[in-house]
Design a protein around this ligand. Structure first.
Ligand SMILES: C[S@@+](CC[C@H](N)C(=O)[O-])C[C@H]1O[C@@H](n2cnc3c(N)ncnc32)[C@H](O)[C@@H]1O
Length: 207
């Protein structure tokens, strides 16, 4: 994960915003180039500059050089499923007492929006174990977390949670899938005594 710093470094994820607020998420590398309809931004012109600086494309067009927030990393995540809204994720992190060092289980992985927030919250000593039944979703989520440098915090399990969880002493467990009530015995078996449980049904129809 990206350590806090005042200036952009090689290997950092940067958010470049053009004059109309269009965002471009890039990993800065010496020699790298961002091609946009407002010209090309050389990564060299970003590396070493303080976050918040204005950098210019070869056409002189301005771009704000910003450190992406967790909310922006989730908002701009390539996705194929409904992802959780950041305001819900914030509440989930608080309700489930997700902190550094915790073991947190979730299902399903989906596009990895919640996985990203959980992995960042338990970093550096904790672990997230995420269960998904569809291989193509697991692959997408894994790519999404690799892009932000958090995939190593996560154990990826391809499995229908109807078959149960492999873990038995989780500090917290969260379900974001249809009919979460069908999996309560599996969830109870995976949690430590007194562990935290949550589930979401994002629409009234589903409830
Ligand atoms: C709404 S998405 C989860 C989105 C995710 N929380 C995010 O923020 O990106 C629900 C996922 O649960 C998976 N799923 C549904 N039933 C499942 C089951 N019984 N076991 C494991 N995964 C399941 C689906 O394939 C789908 O990818």
């Amino acid at each position: 994960m990206q350590e806090p710093s005042k200036a952009a470094k090689p290997g950092d994820l940067a958010l470049l915003l053009d004059a109309r607020g269009k965002p471009f998420l890039v990993r800065l590398e010496p020699g790298g180039r961002l091609h946009t309809h407002r010209g090309v931004v050389a990564h060299e012109d970003c590396i070493g500059r303080p976050w918040g600086s204005v950098v210019r494309s070869h056409r002189g067009e301005p771009f704000y050089l910003l450190e992406p927030s967790t909310e922006e990393l989730i908002r701009y995540l390539p996705r194929q499923t409904q992802i959780l809204y950041p305001k819900d994720i914030g509440y989930i992190l608080l309700k489930l007492a997700v902190r550094p060092g915790r073991l947190v289980l979730e299902a399903g992985t989906g596009s990895g929006g919640l996985t990203l927030a959980l992995a960042q919250a338990v970093w550096p000593l904790g672990r997230v174990v995420t269960y998904e039944v569809r291989p193509e979703m697991q692959a997408l989520a894994r790519r999404n977390l690799e892009r932000v440098g958090l995939a190593e915090m996560v154990t990826w399990r391809l499995r229908d949670i109807a078959e149960g969880f492999e873990e038995t002493e989780a500090d917290a467990l969260f379900l974001d899938l249809p009919e979460p009530w069908a999996y309560l015995p599996q969830a109870a078996a995976a949690l430590r005594s007194g562990g935290f449980f949550g589930a979401i049904l994002p629409t009234a129809n589903q409830v």
